[in-house]
Design a protein around this ligand. Structure first.
Ligand code: APR
Length: 260
């Protein structure tokens, strides 16, 4: 463990870093009112089985029930706002163009609504639909028949949410871009993820093995704590605005110029 106050130490790494990668998970949206998956009692997987709600088999077995759950989550998102953690990341990226790569496991769109651009969304987008089976000529998203789920009136092909379910591949280009960012960064911040789902969680190890510092922001222990050089025990909305704030009178927290 490094000497000094943990937050100040990570701020120092941030100032020195030319390239920063940030991996976020459900915890960054918790203070917006979006439930996480694995938190005891409040997490979705405390109420539902992931096999039922987040696999192709679960959807085929009970399409109405699973579609209804995603519709409920979509409606819930319409009533929430990005929080100070999302905003701090977006503002930092605006102040430091090209320096920060934001990688998220979240499908809630809150990073984008806070103003982040070029977000690498590893697990898709909750607000998108696509057909469950390979679309035939008759399958067109604009002519689906209403229902739970909506489906092609001719062949019955159902719409499903555009998220990555367990057992499915992540979008290849997005994953490759995330792995490249992990290899190239000097600092990786891992915010609000239990670190239990791969390949996303593996990005922290990739960054560390490539020589980056790794720092975690999470109020609870995670499966990645052992990979990290520093763990900041706090919530995203509390820690990120302080961590990512511009330095006081000394100027912005840009990279330290190389000494000649
Ligand atoms: N700030 C930061 N972290 C928080 C906060 C908060 N306010 N509240 C909770 N957390 C932390 C929890 O301590 C936990 O470590 O967020 C983490 C949430 O973990 P998960 O629910 O497992 O979410 P995540 O890691 O994003 O899950 C990964 O699993 O089910 C799949 O596809 C789903 O993308 C998701 C993936």
């Amino acid at each position: 463990m490094e000497d000094g106050a943990p937050l100040e130490t990570v701020r120092g790494w941030l100032c020195a870093a030319h390239r920063i990668a940030v991996l976020t998970g459900a915890g960054i949206s918790a203070e917006s009112g979006v439930p996480t998956f694995r938190d005891a009692q409040t997490g979705y997987w405390a109420q539902f089985r992931a096999e039922d709600m987040a696999t192709e088999e679960g959807f085929r077995a009970h399409p109405g029930r699973v579609w209804g759950w995603y519709q409920h989550r979509r409606q819930m998102l319409a009533g929430v706002q990005p929080n100070a953690g999302h905003r701090a990341l977006a503002e930092f990226a605006r102040r430091h163009p090209g320096r920060l790569t934001l990688i998220t496991q979240n499908v809630d769109g809150l990073h984008q609504r806070a103003g982040s651009t070029d977000v690498l969304c590893l697990h898709g987008d909750l607000m998108e639909d696509r057909f469950l089976d390979v679309p035939r000529a008759c399958c067109h998203p604009d002519t689906v028949e209403a229902g739970s789920p909506p489906h092609c009136p001719r062949c019955g092909n159902m719409l499903r949410p555009g998220v990555v379910w367990f057992g499915e591949n992540l979008p290849l280009r997005t994953l490759e871009a995330a792995q490249q960012a992990a290899r190239a960064c000097d600092l990786m911040l891992v915010v609000g993820t239990a670190g239990a789902v791969y390949p996303a969680a593996g990005l922290a190890r990739i960054a560390r093995d490539a020589g980056a510092r790794v720092a975690i922001v999470n109020p609870q222990p995670t499966e990645l704590d052992a990979v990290a050089h520093m763990v900041l025990r706090g919530t995203a909305a509390q820690v990120l605005p302080v961590l990512l704030a511009p330095a006081g009178s000394g100027g912005d927290n840009g990279p330290v110029p190389a000494t000649p």
